[in-house]
Design a protein around this ligand. Sequence first.
Ligand code: THU
Length: 307
Amino acid sequence: MKTVTTQETQAAIEAQAATDRLGSFITFEDLAADEKALVQETWNVAKNAYVPLSHFPVGAALLAQNPYGQTKVFKGCNVENRFFQATICAERNAATTAIAEGYTRFLKVALVLQNYQGPGASPCGLCRQVLLEFGFDAVVLQVADKQSNVYRYRVGDLLPAAGHEPVACTKLDPSHKRAVRRLKQSLARAYTPYSRKPRAAVCIADDENGRTRQWLGVTDENASYGGSAAAECVAMRNARSAGFTRNATLVVAVDSLSAPNPIEGECLQVLREFGPDAKVILVDGDAAVLSSVSELLPDSFGPQALS
Ligand code: THU
């Protein structure tokens, strides 16, 4: 029997995740004239990407509308920083420029995310979240190849709702039940002077010896907002710091089990680094929905995009 290494298994899962594309494939010729122009702009702006760390240039060209009905194209590239966290992605760069000029309704956005082999990757969770704020129905044209053919879908498709039916929390596995109890008990520790929306999350994961532990996180806000940490991210980072990174399940209390975008894109992006098969349990009162990072962050931007 052929023995398969963990790396090979991981690579196979990554390859599978990479083929689960969002949207429909459209050739460049079949795009509308304004869409062709947007796609061409993404290539141009990607040339300005400042990417000394990743060598992964990204371009975004965003068609947006202001309250007077005027439309304009805004461009953005990724701008990296030696402090990884200070990097701004191309999509958010374009989005914030549009907002600064008063163009608050996003209509269409073309994206090119390219590694050494060519374009094709999808936006990260944080950019998905920001695009969603200004255009749930905006059209995404994600460049698929060097010929500028695209995958076409809606921004809302990037952060969908969980699809499974709710189950009673009493029916969950004992370890999941324990996590739900801990969530509820820990809410009061959340530090949320700005949002006043306390959240808690538990990350259940295994270490390399197969031991399973639970790691708690609560919201930790600060006055600069962007430096705040979501409860989910704190929980996952606690797990990683202790060496518990395998078979991750994130248990989190949400406002609605059926709404789109139940967990912030950034949290899903952090979970994605635990692997494309990481699980999510959404909890609302006495009911829970079982989901996964592949469902809530479809066609995710993962480590495979950078190789
Ligand atoms: N990046 C983007 O610009 N947009 C995305 O949606 C994903 C990631 C950038 C950030 C960093 O400069 C590089 O791509 C590698 O992650």
